[in-house]
Design a protein around this ligand. Structure first.
Ligand SMILES: N[C@@H](CCC(=O)N[C@@H](CS)C(=O)NCC(=O)O)C(=O)O
Length: 210
């Protein structure tokens, strides 16, 4: 097995965090290549690997996978023992749906609460659209936790791809001190307590940001 994950600057690259945290939690060994974002050569450097021009990119031997959700799906199929999607069909239906909703949605939340992982910033006044996004995310977390969380600490009990998809949102809520209900606060704590998240935060802290 030869896996390489190409990612962006850890402080900012929310999309990169998703497969990275899943691979760490699945204990898959991989080589990491960081391409610094917001540089004059960023796009050219990404294009050296993938014509889509975005990170993350996973290289598995001769195969290349791009788009964060496609990478997570691929990892679940390639390494079934990692159990990156829930096994139960009701849970799987919900996990895939909320992951796809995250992948394609929440543009206002993304724009108004950009990932800035180590920062501790005042809560901004959000637009009605971003406020609705924040409420929808919390409704998703509450629903998954109550229906599928069981004795585990994550959306579907044990860590899954759905948690990987929402991990950057957890960091955004923390950075901007977004008020959340107790169920969501407990879920955020579980995500932020993952070894992989601690490792990502530490590495982000050591980045030279220009
Ligand atoms: N839909 C893509 C979005 C990827 C994306 O937008 N990545 C950003 C970094 S977080 C990027 O590569 N930007 C290119 C650039 O800054 O030139 C995914 O799910 O992977």
């Amino acid at each position: 097995m030869s896996l390489t994950l190409i990612i962006g600057t850890k402080t900012w690259s929310s999309w990169s965090l998703r497969p990275w945290v899943a691979m760490k939690e699945a204990k898959l060994p991989f080589k990491e290549i960081v391409i610094h974002l917001r540089q004059t050569d960023t796009r050219a450097r990404i294009l050296e690997y993938c014509p889509a021009g975005k990170v993350p990119i996973l290289i598995d031997g001769r195969d290349m996978i791009w788009e964060s959700l496609a990478i997570l799906d691929y990892l679940a199929a390639r390494f079934p023992e990692a159990k990156l999607w829930p096994h139960d069909f009701a849970a799987l239906a919900c996990a895939r749906s909320v992951s796809a909703e995250m992948h394609s949605g929440f543009p206002d939340l993304r724009r108004e609460l950009p990932m800035d992982i180590g920062a501790d910033l005042p809560t901004p006044t959000l637009s009605p659209a971003a406020t609705a996004d924040v409420e929808r995310v919390q409704a998703i977390w509450r629903d998954a936790r109550s229906r599928f969380g069981g004795a585990g600490h994550f959306l579907f009990g044990r860590f899954s791809n759905a948690d990987a998809m929402y991990a950057p949102v957890v960091t955004r809520f923390r950075t901007y001190n977004i008020p959340v209900d107790p169920v969501c606060a407990a879920y955020m704590l579980a995500v932020l307590s993952l070894h992989s998240m601690t490792e990502w935060y530490r590495a982000a802290d050591e980045e030279q940001i220009e």
